[in-house]
Ligand binder design. Structure first.
Ligand code: ARG
Length: 406
């Protein structure tokens, strides 16, 4: 069992948190999928098969795969965690006092696994426990309305927390459909015995920051995308918190287009080697960055400068290489949409990628990057690739090429 510690995007991956999708995906319908941030209705059995295969590829590389549902269930063994879980699952403003009371006492009596299932998969009004008395709320809601919202985007474990050094930052998620996810990661890191000594970064700040926007370019250098999800205030407070804890010397705030296709920085750029990224060609020359550095207890802000220059300078290298995908704009746009640029490095120069992005993958291989292909036809319907679906909790330092086994 390795100690949580992550300093880079590409250091040999030791441990990662994934979420095997389950009943929460079965809640998606053509009426709610937009609000729940899915672009299609996934075939759940196939999505699970694809996810199992993803986990197997990682295990095959010696990576310890922790599943979020197991972590949550185990954390709930602590009575304080259960109390907090019931509290976060029951929205009294939505349910009214009577239904909320009934649900709270019901959830207090179920097993840890069932409680975890309700928190993840949600609960409809028709699934609520029977109760005495009359409730207007029960009568006026339709049977399939959600009393507890499901969390289909839990699949994207990248976004709700991020490890920086030996600290974990619980993200403040921007979209209403995802807000409750951070309550779940918070519970896990607070009460699961494995994380009992985990120190927090970013404390109680609540300006939105999502893990998909946070790229650990090199030890001490962190890029934060600012766009649809992470706000300027979120990037600034995370930067301050990292400087205060000595986790970074430079933070690059990178403006990204506020669009569905580029909801996080990792949808357009991920690291594939110590000094190399794969990047959506359309942004290669336009991406910029503000550089933030601590100065006499204050923030020094400079720029904007071209992202690649600012990154290379902060990383102390001559050049941050961009793998030349040389794709025509239409192919590039299609493969960006399907998360072609969203790779997960298992070691410097070895990444997991969706197989469907054939052109991007071929160019990566031409550049000497090893590509471990997984199928993502169903997993991708929530608009997220291998990086979005993984939260690394331990990577070996970059100087150390040994991959620790589990
Ligand atoms: N790190 C990422 N790119 N995550 C993708 C998240 C996708 C998810 N459906 C959302 O819209 O929030």
């Amino acid at each position: 069992m390795t100690r949580p510690h992550v300093q880079s995007e590409v250091g040999p991956l030791n441990s990662v948190v994934l979420h095997r999708p389950g009943s929460e995906l079965k809640r998606l319908t053509p009426r709610n999928n937009d609000q729940l941030l899915f672009d299609a209705i996934p075939w759940v059995d196939r999505a699970q098969e694809e996810h199992d295969a993803f986990a197997e590829v990682l295990r095959g590389r010696g990576v310890e795969v922790l599943l979020l549902r197991d972590l949550l269930t185990e954390a709930l063994a602590d009575a304080r965690a259960r109390a907090a879980a019931v509290h976060t699952g029951v929205d009294e403003l939505k349910l009214g006092a009577d239904v909320a009371d009934t649900l709270r006492s019901h959830l207090s009596g179920v097993t840890d696994a069932t409680l975890a299932e309700v928190l993840i998969g949600g609960m409809t009004f028709e699934e609520l426990p029977e109760a005495e008395g009359r409730s207007l709320v029960r009568r006026m809601h339709r049977p399939h309305d959600f009393a507890v919202e499901p969390l289909p985007n839990l699949l994207f474990t990248r976004d709700s927390s991020v490890w920086i050094g030996d600290r974990v930052a619980i993200a403040a998620l921007a979209m209403p459909a995802r807000r409750r996810e951070s309550a779940i990661t918070d519970l896990i890191y607070a009460y699961h015995p494995r994380f009992s000594h985990a120190a927090r970064a970013y404390g109680a700040h609540s300006a939105p920051v999502e893990g998909g926007d946070v790229l650990l370019l090199a030890p001490g250098v962190v890029a934060i995308g600012v766009g649809e999800r992470t706000t300027p205030a979120g990037a600034e407070s995370l930067a301050r918190s990292m400087f205060a804890d000595d986790l970074a010397h430079t933070v690059l705030a990178v403006p990204i287009e506020q669009a569905r296709a580029s909801m996080h920085l990792d949808t357009v750029c991920t690291m594939v080697d110590r000094d190399a990224v794969v990047m959506y060609p359309a942004v290669q020359h336009s991406l910029t960055a503000y550089a933030l550095r601590p100065k006499d207890g204050e923030l020094d802000v400079s720029g904007p400068a071209p992202f690649l220059d600012a990154a290379a300078e902060a990383m102390g290298i001559d050049r941050l290489r961009v793998i030349d995908t040389g794709l025509d704009p239409v192919t590039a746009e299609r493969e960006q949409w399907e998360d072609g640029n969203n790779t997960l490095a298992v070691a410097p120069g070895a990444v997991v990628a969706y197989e469907r992005n054939a052109e991007t993958n071929a160019r990566l291989e031409d550049a000497g990057i090893e590509v471990l292909r997984i199928s993502g036809s169903e997993l991708g319907s929530g608009r997220g690739g291998p990086r979005c679906m993984s939260c690394p909790i331990s990577r070996a330092p970059l100087g150390d090429t040994r991959i620790a086994s589990t």
